[in-house]
Design a protein. Structure first.
Length: 372
C-alpha cells in the first residue's frame, strides 16, 4: 500500500523542502546559477537555508565537492567568504566565471562587441577534431570554431569560453529532449517529445552564441547587484584528497557525487573538446563508468573518506560539516565513522523536481557532523 501524504512527510524537514509551485525552476536557476546547465539537485535555496541554520554570519565556508559552484555563489550572496575545490577543469572554469568580480563597463563592452562581430567572423575550417565532425553540422562547427578563434583577443576570455561551451551543448546533433545524455548523433528529422512535433537537428550555432552571450552578461550583472560587498571566493582545481587546504574555515556545506550515477566529464565532453581542458576523469569519485559493483562502492567510500579526513586540519574546532546526499545505500554512517566525524543530525528532505527527464519521488539526506 502506498504511503499517505501525512506518512510521506512525517519525517521530512519541510523547511528544507519546496514544492514546484513555491520554488519554480527560474528561481532555482537565478542569475549566474544558470550560466551553464548542470545536472544536480543542489539548489541555492537549500544552501541559503543551511548557511543560515548552521554557520555563524560572515564566516568562511568550504565546499570540497564544489561542482558548478552552488555553495560558492550562494555564500557570496549570503555574506560569507567561500572556497571551492573540484577535480573537473570545466567545473573550475565555470565557478571562476560565476564568482569573479568584474568591471561592468569593460565586460559589457567586450561581450556586446563579440555579438556585433558574429555575422562577420571568418568561418573556421581547420581544427575540427573527430568529435566535432561527428557531433556538429558543418556550419555549426565552423561558427563555433570561429568564435573560439577570437576568444584570446578579449580580457574576459573565460566568460566567452563558458558561452562557447553553453552554445556547443545546444548546437550538437541531438534531439531537443535529450541534451543531457545523447548517445549517438541525430542526423534525420525526429518526433520531438518536448515540442510535440517533428523537429530537425540543429544546423547552426550563431543564434545560440548570440543569445547566450547576452544572457551571460545579464546574469552576471544581476548577480553583481545581490552579492555581498567585500566577500571573496577562491576556486581550486584539484583533488581534495591530496591538497593542502589552508584555512581556518568556519564550516563545510557540500554535496558529494553519488556512486555510479553521472560521469560529469563525459557529460561536458563538448567543453573539453573545444576548450582543450585538462581531463582528469580517472580521479572523479562515483563516476557512472565505475558502476556500482562492490569494488566500485568500496573505492567510492575510500575516496569520500579521504576527502573528509583531509578537511580536519583546515577547519576551526567543532564547526559543522554539512553533507547533502542521497544515501540510499546507507554508506555514510561508515564513511563518517572512518573519517572520525560524529553525526549530530540526519535530516530528510523531499526533492520536488529532479533535473532532466527523470521522474518519480526522490529524497535526500542532510547530514550534519563534527570532527570528534
Amino acid at each position: 500500500m502506498a504511503p499517505t501524504q501525512d506518512a510521506l512527510y512525517r519525517d521530512i524537514d519541510l523547511e528544507l523542502s519546496w514544492s514546484e509551485r513555491d520554488l519554480p525552476e527560474r528561481e532555482r536557476t537565478k542569475h549566474v546559477h544558470r550560466l551553464h546547465p548542470y545536472l544536480g539537485k543542489f539548489i541555492p535555496q537549500l544552501v541559503e537555508a543551511l548557511l543560515a541554520r548552521y554557520l555563524r554570519p560572515g564566516g568562511h565556508v568550504l565546499d570540497p565537492f564544489a561542482g558548478s559552484g552552488t555553495t560558492l555563489v550562494q555564500a557570496l550572496e549570503s555574506g560569507f567568504d567561500t572556497s571551492g575545490i573540484d577535480v573537473a577543469a570545466f567545473n573550475a572554469l565555470l565557478m571562476r566565471v560565476k564568482t569573479e568580480r568584474y568591471n561592468p563597463f569593460v565586460l559589457e563592452r567586450e561581450l556586446r562587441e563579440v555579438v556585433g562581430r558574429l555575422d562577420t567572423l571568418e568561418a573556421a575550417t581547420e581544427g575540427q577534431s573527430p568529435y566535432v565532425r561527428r557531433w556538429f553540422a558543418p556550419r555549426a562547427a565552423r561558427e563555433l570554431l570561429a568564435f573560439r578563434a577570437v576568444i584570446p583577443e578579449y580580457e574576459h576570455a573565460d566568460v566567452l569560453r563558458v558561452v562557447l561551451a553553453r552554445a556547443a551543448r545546444s548546437a550538437r546533433r541531438t534531439t531537443h529532449f535529450d541534451l543531457d545524455f545523447p548517445r549517438v548523433p541525430q542526423r534525420a528529422p525526429y518526433w520531438c517529445y518536448k515540442h510535440k512535433r517533428t523537429c530537425r537537428p540543429v544546423e547552426t550555432a550563431s543564434h545560440f552564441l548570440r543569445r547566450y552571450t547576452l544572457d551571460t552578461l545579464a546574469r552576471i550583472k544581476a548577480f553583481s547587484r545581490v552579492r555581498a560587498p567585500r566577500r571573496a571566493a577562491e576556486v581550486v582545481h584539484g583533488d581534495a584528497r591530496r591538497l593542502e587546504l589552508g584555512g581556518a574555515y568556519d564550516g563545510v556545506v557540500t554535496s558529494p557525487p553519488y556512486p555510479g550515477l553521472i560521469d560529469y566529464h563525459e557529460q561536458h565532453r563538448y567543453a573539453y573538446e573545444l576548450l582543450g581542458l585538462d581531463d582528469r576523469r580517472e580521479l572523479e569519485l562515483g563516476a557512472a563508468a565505475s558502476g556500482t559493483s562492490r569494488r566500485a562502492l568500496e573505492a567510492y567510500v575510500e575516496g569520500i573518506v579521504g576527502v573528509l579526513a583531509n578537511l580536519r586540519p583546515a577547519l576551526r574546532r567543532d564547526v559543522p560539516v554539512v553533507i547533502v546526499v542521497n544515501d540510499r545505500r546507507n554508506l555514510y554512517p561508515a564513511i563518517l565513522e572512518r573519517a572520525e566525524l560524529r553525526l549530530d543530525e540526519r535530516l530528510r528532505r523531499h526533492v520536488n523536481r529532479r533535473t532532466g527527464r527523470r521522474a518519480g519521488e526522490f529524497f535526500e539526506d542532510v547530514l550534519v557532523a563534527r570532527f570528534v
